[in-house]
Design a protein around this ligand. Structure first.
Ligand code: ADP
Ligand code: MG
Length: 679
């Protein structure tokens, strides 16, 4: 019997109406129901009064002392109270609106009560009550709690799942090869699934979870790797043919030698480009690790092969800046660069479009305008995106729909552990620049309270007298442009007066693109010495003379963002300072300040960020199509993910025809028939 094809209405007690409501929970089949795991458990382990924690849910066992008294508030509302002797401590037990219990509570009787504990008043507000023998059998256990909706209640679901196991539990088949079950001492599938719903104790629940986490991650990685293999075979990409020697000469003429990490990733990317299958690669490198020059080298190789290249960035400021830095690197080789942004004047844009179409533009740098309908490339061979989390699956589809099949390289400064990156970003290959250019000094980072603000401005003043420049970043609160603008503006007004005649500039999201560009240009040229800004400077802006980064209300920013912002200074090679002005209102905020002061290592920061925020939140991975797991948690189970990936690769490399892998073979065949299952 295939439980995936057996309707949930086959389970005793599930009629048409219930089936409809279960459907809302994504439960249609018996398999869905058995796999609808609890998100937590009620713990009815009986405690002593001394073990109970104030304000938490606890369970006590005791004997009723005296007769309960009841007080009515109107017809329906009531408060029932009685003293219960819990191992010699007299505790008040209170029930709200459960008047029917009054008759049942008799002096001298054993009761089990669970509810919220008030340690100061020695009072328990009971929401669960059991008596005598029945109580004994029910307490000291874990009770599954499910997320529910409509007519489905948690207790109904509990009962129904229990019944589903009784009726169909025998039909649950193993999916993992015995080899792995033995190696990791994993419970078999049927048992693990049952115990994940109904564990007798924490340890059983843990073992059940361990098994299901492995299964989930293993099958996920297996699908991922298999899918990639199929795609590689099926998708023709652009074959780039170029002379390696010319690329070497180009590299020799750069203003600095490449770091060995840059060398390695250049090799990896060029290798992809020469191949026939389509490149889809993620290039990770911390802020300042030198991704731009890598982009320049591969754009050069792309051009040698006779193709146009495009570099897509999230903002117009960045587009301009990348255009400038690429111009320096690529123009000497005879390449023509073109800018294309949404903010361009109609005439400029028309001209640019026709140069692109005629093939006069070799490298096109721009914003999302690059993939708009009116853009016709002559021979697009390579697309590079900066800050990949802003360039989603949709945009990739748009390009494909336009009939372009360029190789694609995504650059990101969000350093996440490699296996995690591979998993989050699905079918991409991953290259990592894990080394900073020589001579880079760590940015001295301090966390200060708001009352030392005058000293902060004093510090900025000193830096300006040494002909250095500074940023002051103000937060964007709740995405409300209004309050954000006010913030930056008032700081701007304040220090313009205080620091005169130092030249202060203001930059915020309400300005038009040309206005922003003008301010950035003046800052880059040194005409503006201190730039007060919202986070529009976050990504990639490069002003080597800037040595001071002040972040106001720093606790409002995420760690990754703070790290990005700090990466804006110290790019000139000298000493640089980052001052976090913050009075955090949460533990997490304090923790973030601490992490920032302690480390400069982007990977370490990303790891901590992941821990503080959880992966769902992590740079909006949800919208980038990251998988959502039923049991596994990418932070907690990261180690398992790595193991599962290695195992899945091993299975795919071996012959799937061995009997041991029979089930997996079937599983993959199924996917082949219905690839939509994959997403
Ligand atoms: P990011 O990875 O943040 O985009 P950039 O590409 O902007 O970093 O590089 C940061 C700075 O480091 C730039 O000024 C760049 O010229 C410089 N740089 C890049 N690679 C090297 C290198 N191998 N040696 C010295 N400086 C380098
Ligand atoms: Mg960059």
């Amino acid at each position: 019997m295939d439980l995936h094809r057996t309707s949930v209405t086959q389970v005793p007690g599930v009629g048409k109406k219930k089936a409809e409501d279960l459907h809302q929970l994504g439960i249609d089949t018996v398999a869905d129901l058995l796999g609808y795991f609890p998100y937590r458990y009620n713990d009815f382990q009986v405690l002593d009064v001394s073990e109970a924690v104030h304000d938490e849910k606890v369970t006590f066992q005791g004997t009723v002392h005296g007769v309960p008294s009841i007080r009515w508030y109107g017809k329906k509302k009531s408060r029932l109270i009685v003293k219960v002797n819990v191992n010699g401590v007299y505790v008040n037990v209170v029930w709200y609106n459960q008047a029917y219990l009054k008759k049942k509570i008799k002096p001298g009787e054993t009761v089990f009560v669970a509810g919220k504990w008030d340690a100061h008043r020695l009072q328990l507000t009971a929401d669960r009550t059991w008596f005598g023998k029945q109580g004994k059998s029910l307490i000291n256990r874990l009770e599954p709690v499910y997320s529910v909706t409509s007519s489905i209640t948690v207790s109904w679901l509990r009962k129904t799942i229990y019944q589903a196991f009784a009726a169909f539990g025998r039909e649950i088949n193993e999916v993992l090869p015995q080899e792995f079950l033995t190696r990791y001492r994993l419970l078999d599938r049927a048992k693990a699934m049952y115990l994940l719903h109904f564990p007798k104790n924490r340890e059983e629940g843990k073992q059940a979870r361990r098994r299901m986490v492995y299964e989930e991650l293993f099958l996920y990685e297996l699908r991922l790797l298999w899918h990639r293999k199929q795609k590689k075979l099926a998708e023709q990409g652009t074959v780039h043919r170029f002379e390696r020697e010319k690329v070497e000469t180009f590299i020799d003429h750069l203003p600095f030698p490449l770091t060995s990490a840059q060398r390695r990733v250049v090799e990896e990317i060029l290798g992809d480009m020469e191949e026939n299958s389509r490149m889809n690669r993620l290039l990770q490198g911390d802020v300042g690790s030198g991704k731009t020059v890598v982009a320049a080298i591969v754009l050069y190789a792309n051009w040698l092969s006779g193709y146009q290249g495009a570099l897509m960035v999230p903002t117009e400021i960045l587009a301009e800046q990348h255009l400038r830095s690429l111009h320096e690197l690529l123009s000497p080789a005879g390449m023509n660069l073109e800018l294309l942004t949404g903010g361009m004047k109609a005439k400029e844009k028309r001209d640019a479009l026709s140069r692109i179409q005629m093939g006069l533009a070799d490298v096109i740098v721009g914003t999302h305008a690059l993939i708009q309908e009116d853009v016709a490339y002559r021979t697009l061979g390579l697309v590079i995106t900066d800050e990949q989390h802003r360039f989603g699956v949709r945009q990739r589809h748009t390009l494909r729909e336009k009939g372009e099949m360029p190789d694609v390289l995504h650059m990101t400064a969000t350093p996440i552990p490699r296996t995690l990156a591979i998993t989050l970003y699905g079918d991409m290959d991953v290259s990592v620049i894990d080394e900073m250019p020589a001579g880079r000094q760590p940015v001295n980072t301090y966390w200060v309270k708001k009352d030392v603000w005058p000293r902060v401005t004093g510090f900025i003043e000193k830096a300006c007298h040494k002909s250095q420049q500074a940023y002051i970043i103000c937060p964007l609160i709740e995405e409300s442009e209004k309050s954000d603008l006010q913030n930056a503006q008032s700081v701007f007004a304040e220090i313009t007066e205080q620091l005169a005649p130092i030249r202060i500039g203001l930059l915020h999201g309400r300005m038009t693109p040309p206005e922003k560009d003008e301010v950035m240009r003046r800052f880059a040229a040194g005409e503006i010495q201190v730039l007060v800004s919202t986070t529009v400077v976050e990504v990639g802006v490069n002003v080597p003379n800037a040595t001071v980064m002040v972040i106001y209300d720093a606790d409002r920013f995420g760690l990754a963002q703070l790290h990005q912002l700090r990466g804006r200074v110290g790019r000139g090679g000298g000493e640089a300072t980052c001052i976090l002005v913050a009075e955090p209102r949460s533990e997490t905020g304090v923790e973030r300040m601490r992490v920032m002061c302690e480390t400069m290592d982007g990977f370490e920061i990303a790891r901590q960020d992941l821990e503080l925020r959880g992966p769902g939140d992590f740079f909006g991975v949800k919208q980038s199509g990251a998988p959502e797991f039923r049991v596994a948690d990418l932070v907690e189970d990261y180690k398992v993910l790595e193991v599962a990936r290695t195992d899945a690769a091993q299975v795919l490399n071996a012959s799937l025809d061995t009997p041991e892998y029979h089930i997996l073979r079937r599983y993959l065949d199924q996917l082949e028939k219905d690839p939509s299952n994959f997403d």
